[in-house]
Design a protein around this ligand. Structure first.
Ligand code: SER
Length: 319
């Protein structure tokens, strides 16, 4: 075993912080960052980086060989809102990249894979509150269809070829270091930037659009915990439900108002509202808690103070 770790999509919202954490844990030169574009300075300067298109199978193989990679975190994907605008491109990126990695593992060239799924695998016919691990899944977005299909393939490669693939269904991830790209849950980040800069925010989701969310540190912890758990503890090989906090734009605005009392929110729902309406309001993640000991740390209050602080500092640095 041993060998290095490759992050594909290392410059994105989650990839950036995941790469930095893995470098801290394993040593900078053990963790290879790759993306289709260069990313944050801290990421670029802390260890090896390769410009890599996640759909380029040959190039992925070359990088895996060059660095003697044994573990891949495939974080590249087109998210829900962007995917609706470029369905075929989203399908190609989200599916091809996964097959390239699954096949490498099937050939024995990788020991372990992390591939993120999403709450987007659920749809309007899924029970909305405390959505169970196993339930009706009829996603209506391109992104959701690609993630659900990916889950089926992960389970298939595990069952048929013994591929050690591990996955969680991320809720909306909230963070301030790297901006998110094209998701329906992005309002919960924009709101902090606008609250601090302008004291007001116009939400693209309606006031009562409740969605499952999580602060970045918890998402990184879950990702590393599931990858470090002994293989026999990972009983679900499609993807695990994962939950922390659920709230509506109205509730989040009220929490921000506790710190910035003049903050004003208004609502102009756009096409992303119907995506939000098709997703769960809250998630039952008992399986993840029981199987590999998942626990979250950030509640709404702690997330809000951390975000106000972090976004405040970032905006000051830029000024
Ligand atoms: N945050 C993602 C999105 O909104 C959900 O996985 O697309």
């Amino acid at each position: 075993m041993g060998g290095r770790i490759l992050i594909i999509g290392a410059c994105g919202q989650i990839g950036t912080e995941l790469t930095l954490k893995l470098r801290e844990n394993h040593g900078n030169d053990q963790v290879i960052a790759s993306d289709i574009r260069e990313g944050a300075e801290e990421l670029m300067q802390s260890g090896p980086f390769e410009l890599l298109n996640a759909t380029d199978e040959l190039h992925i193989r070359e990088v895996v060989e060059k660095y003697e990679v044994r573990e891949v975190y495939l974080m590249a994907a087109m998210l829900s809102a962007t995917a609706e605008k470029a369905p075929m491109k989203a399908w190609d990126l989200n599916m091809d990249s996964l097959f390239h990695i699954l096949n490498l593992a099937k050939e024995g060239k990788l020991d372990k894979i992390f591939w993120p799924s999403s709450i987007a695998v659920f749809g309007p016919t899924t029970p909305k509150d405390n959505t169970p691990q196993t339930t009706i899944m009829e996603p209506t977005t391109v992104y959701g269809i690609s993630k659900q299909t990916g889950e089926r393939w992960c389970e298939y490669f595990h069952r048929k070829f013994g591929v050690d693939v591990r996955s969680i269904r991320y809720p909306g991830i909230i963070s301030y270091k790297t901006l998110p790209g094209g998701g329906t849950t992005d309002y919960a980040i924009e709101i902090f930037h606008e609250a601090i800069k302008n004291g007001e925010y116009t939400s693209f989701l309606a006031e009562d659009a409740a969605l499952p969310m999580m602060y970045m540190d918890d998402a990184i912890k879950a990702t590393i915990d599931i990858m470090e758990a002994p293989a026999e503890k990972i009983k679900v090989r499609s993807s695990y439900n994962l939950a922390a906090i659920s709230f509506t734009p109205e509730v989040l605005a009220a929490e921000i108002k506790k710190h910035l009392e003049n903050f004003q929110i208004s609502y102009e729902p756009d096409f992303r509202q119907s995506i939000a309406e098709s997703w769960p309001s809250s998630i039952d993640d008992t399986a993840a808690r029981e199987d590999w000991g998942w626990e979250h740390e950030f509640d709404l209050e702690k997330m809000t103070t951390t975000m106000l602080d972090g976004v405040g500092k970032t905006l000051k640095e830029k000024a």
